[in-house]
Design a protein around this ligand. Sequence first.
Ligand code: F6R
Length: 359
Amino acid sequence: DKGPYPYYMLKEVDEQPNVMRKLASTYTDESGKDTLDPELVDAIKSADRIHIVGAGTSYHAGLVGKKMFEKLTHIPTEVHVASEFAYDDPLLTKNPFFIFLSQSGETADSREVLVNVNARGFKSLTITNVANSTLSREANYTLLLHAGPEISVASTKAYTAQIAVEAILAKAVGMAKEQVTAEDFDVRQQLGLAATGMQAIIDEKETIEDLAKEYFVNATRAFYIGRGIDQTVSLESALKLKEISYVQAEGFASGELKHGTIALIEEGTPVVGIITQAKTAGLTRSNLQETLSRGAQTLTIARNGLKKDDDTIIIPDIDEMITPLLSVVPAQLLAYYTSLNKGLDVDRPRNLAKSVTVE
Ligand code: F6R
C-alpha cells in the first residue's frame, strides 16, 4: 500500500533512513561488533579474491562494494556485470569467494553465473531482499537486505541497503583480518549518520523538485560526472534518470569526459558534478568548468566539508567511503520529479519489468 504517496518510488526513497537503522541493529550489536555468521566471515577472510556479481543497479552497488572490500579487508575485489561474466572465461585464482547482489534474487543473468560457480565448487553469498529466492537458495550463504518490498521498477532502497550490508560485511572481514582501516571504521555509527543525513536530504525534496523542473524536464540529454566512488554513483544516478524520465543520461568519469564525450555538450545540457571525495573534489570542479565553458548548465551534489558558495545541493558529512548512501538520494529525487513532472508513470516505466528472469 502506498498510503499518501502518489508513487511507490517516493515511498521507497523515504524509507531509506529506516532501512539504514534496521540494518545497523540487525547486523551489529550495541558495541558496534557484527553479529554475522562467523563461518561466513571466515570463508571470505580466507579468500584470495572477491568477485561481486550483479546487474543494473545491483552492479552499481557492487562497484561501491569493491572500494569498501579493498580498503577494509585488503582482499583484491572484482565487480562483474552478470550477463558478461556468465559467458566470459575468467582467469580465477585458487580460492575465490563470490558475492551475488540481487534485490529480487531472481535475475537470470546472475543465476547463470551462480550455476557455474556451484559447478566449480566455489563458495558464495547472496545479498538479497527476498528470503528463499532462487539466488538465496542456491548460494552457500544469504544476507537479507531487510528493506521491505520494493515495488517501483526503479530500484532505490535496495541500492542503499546493498551498500550498507557490504559495509557491515567488509568491516567484519577486515576486523577478522585485524586491518587498521577496519578498526577505524565505525560502521554502526556511520549508518546512523547515513540515516539522519538521508532524512535531511529528503526533507529538502521541494528544492530538488524545483531543480528537476528547471534543468531536466525539458532536457533531451544529461550528464552526471565524478571520480572514484563518485563516478560509480554517477552511473547509478544516470540510470535512474534514464529509466523513468527517458532523458538520455550518461554517468561518466569526470576526467575522461574531455577525451571525446565532451563533444556532446550543447547549450543548456545539464551536467551534475558529484563531489564528495577530498582528493578529487578540485579536479571534478575543473572538469565541470570545462563543460560550463561549452554551454552546459552545471549543478553540483557536494559534501558539506567540501562545499563552495555556488554548490547546488549539499549533503551532510559522512565517512568518504560510504558517501554513496547520501549522494545518490538527490539523484533519485531528481529522477523521480523529472518523471513526475513529465506526467509519466514513475513506477512503471515503458519496456521494463521489475525482475528480469530471461538472459
Ligand atoms: C534499475 C533496476 C535494475 C535492477 C536489475 C537487477 O533501477 O531496478 O537495473 O537493478 O535488473 O535486479 P536485481 O537486483 O533484482 O537482481
